[in-house]
Design a protein around this ligand. Structure first.
Ligand SMILES: Cc1cc2nc3c(=O)[nH]c(=O)nc-3n(C[C@H](O)[C@H](O)[C@H](O)COP(=O)(O)OP(=O)(O)OC[C@H]3O[C@@H](n4cnc5c(N)ncnc54)[C@H](O)[C@@H]3O)c2cc1C
Length: 471
């Protein structure tokens, strides 16, 4: 049983001792082959028999003179790092895989699960479709990947993915809102044995193959004298052009991304929280891979920001100007409070309130819920559900290792004081606007004062529970 937002219950777990046994077990309704289980666990599901093929030696990539034989249990990380495969594909395989979530994830996700899923967003299908790729099914035999993509899911078992080493050139590119997001569009192009192929994935929709039947890329009649470099250039240009067209269309559609009046704060580091103070004095702690968009000046009747990722908000109270946070699926209205929001793509939306009260509304159907201090709301199966916050220490995680980037000294001291009410750091008004980039790692207020003085060449003096920084 896996604990989390979704619950998968497994009644029997079997480590198959032959592919035949795995296949036979998989014929029963309620049975399920498990690869890395990363997709399978994203649902509420009862599995009567989970069939693990980890004992069958299918976690290898074998390189022969004329083909690569990739075992169904090989991980995405293995194909990302495989020298031979990347040499043959001119790095296209690594390029296709490198932004799928993170290294730990790619160490677990299997090629079998990735191909079997025939996911509409799949980088994996897209990159291999432009190659001479075949899926070896235990019962169905060898099927070209381009046919397999359009076959209905049945109860067969993928044993290998075979990539023939037909001489060719390859290129891959995808457009993502942010690194590690699902692709907005994915594209691979190849020239294999003189045939130009474009595979387009995440259209949205399953990857599809487009052949250059009218000879637009080859400039038919095909010239035997085209060099591999020329062909590679054409393939790369086709990928780049397609991605560029889609990016432009996408960005033009998404008004917020092109709004020149919005500022963006982005934390691409995972080891520290990036702390930002907004115009109204609200403090936002951005976790890794998170971005916040906000106006330089809030309007007179409301304070609106949009969030992608996970953050802790400490909102300055102002009943006349509600604070509104837009995430992809929800709208959060606040009057003055502290709470944590998780709105990344890899886990369900979650919000926990530390102080005060907020209202969360699902944009899709308008369902809303009021969340008070000590409570957490989670989006489960498209509904909002309220529970007590299981781990109140979750708020501390945001404040352990904090980083400020070009932040005003006055704002930095305010944040430090919020976290350490027993000792207050103060400075003189003419120093409030001095800016500083600095990281604190669980430091005491005294140590932080020392670091700031060193960085800005200031002096300090202590009176009771107040440390004054001055020129
Ligand atoms: C949060 C998240 C983000 C992702 N982002 C991306 C992305 O940006 N790009 C991308 O390309 N992919 C992405 N993926 C998909 C991911 O890369 C894997 O493809 C996916 O998790 C399946 O791999 P798995 O080994 O975990 O399969 P599992 O979850 O174990 O299995 C998936 C399905 O395949 C079946 N299956 C597994 N192995 C076999 C087999 N040998 N024979 C027959 N059936 C089999 C299982 O029964 C199940 O139905 C994402 C997945 C998640 C969960």
């Amino acid at each position: 049983m896996l604990k989390g937002a979704f619950m998968v219950t497994i009644q029997n777990y079997v480590r198959a001792q032959s592919i035949d046994e795995a296949y036979e077990l998989n014929q029963k309704k309620g049975s399920c082959i498990i690869g890395g289980m990363l997709w399978t666990k994203m649902q509420d599901r009862l599995i009567q028999t989970a069939i693990d093929m980890c004992d069958l030696g299918l976690d290898k990539i074998e390189e022969k003179d004329d083909e690569f034989i990739i075992g169904a249990m090989a991980s995405l990380r293995q194909i990302e790092l495989h020298d031979g495969l990347n040499k043959y594909t001119h790095g296209a395989v690594c390029e296709a895989v490198k932004d799928i979530v993170g290294v730990q994830f790619r160490n677990l996700a299997t090629i079998g699960g990735s191909i079997w899923g025939r996911f509409g967003f799949s980088d994996i299908l897209t990159v291999f479709l432009a190659m001479d790729a075949f899926v070896e099914l235990y019962n169905g035999g060898m099927i070209p990947l381009r046919e397999f993509v359009n076959m209905k899911q049945d109860r067969d078992v993928i044993v290998h993915l075979i990539i023939r080493k037909t001489p060719g050139v390859f290129a891959y590119a995808s457009v993502r809102n942010q690194r590690t997001d699902f692709p907005v569009i994915a594209c691979s192009a190849s020239c294999v044995d003189g045939e130009y192929r474009l595979a387009v994935g995440a259209r949205p929709g399953r990857a599809m193959l487009v052949l250059d039947e009218e000879g637009l890329l080859s400039g038919r009649p095909a010239s035997p004298f085209r060099s591999p470099a020329w062909k590679r250039g054409v393939a790369a240009a086709a990928v780049a052009l397609l991605c560029l067209l889609v990016s432009v269309t996408y960005l033009n559609r998404s008004g917020q991304d092109t709004d020149p009046n919005l500022l963006t704060r982005q934390n691409s580091e995972t080891a520290t929280t990036l702390v930002t103070t907004l115009e109204d004095g609200s403090v936002v702690y951005l976790a890794g891979n998170t971005s916040l968009k906000f106006p330089e000046h809030f309007s007179s009747d409301r304070r609106e920001v949009s969030l992608q990722g996970n953050a802790l908000f400490d909102v300055a109270g102002n009943h006349k100007r509600p604070f509104i946070i837009e995430t992809e699926d929800t709208r959060i209205e606040v009057l003055g409070t502290a709470f944590n929001v998780k709105s990344n793509d890899s886990s369900p939306f979650e919000l926990s309130v530390q102080r005060g009260e907020v209202k969360v509304t699902l944009k899709k159907d308008g369902q809303n819920i009021h969340v008070k201090a000590g409570e957490t709301v989670t989006r489960l199966s498209r509904r909002l559900q309220l529970s007590m916050t299981p781990d109140p220490a979750l708020f501390d995680r945001y404040t352990k290792r904090i980083r400020f980037k070009d932040e005003k000294l006055g704002n930095i001291l305010r944040v430090i004081n919020l976290q350490n009410p027993d000792i207050q750091l103060e400075t003189t008004p003419e120093l409030w606007n001095r800016t500083l980039t600095v990281t604190f790692s669980n430091d005491t207020p005294e140590a932080m004062a020392e670091l700031i003085c060193l960085a800005l060449d200031l002096k300090k003096t202590r009176q009771d529970n107040m440390i004054l920084l001055f020129n």
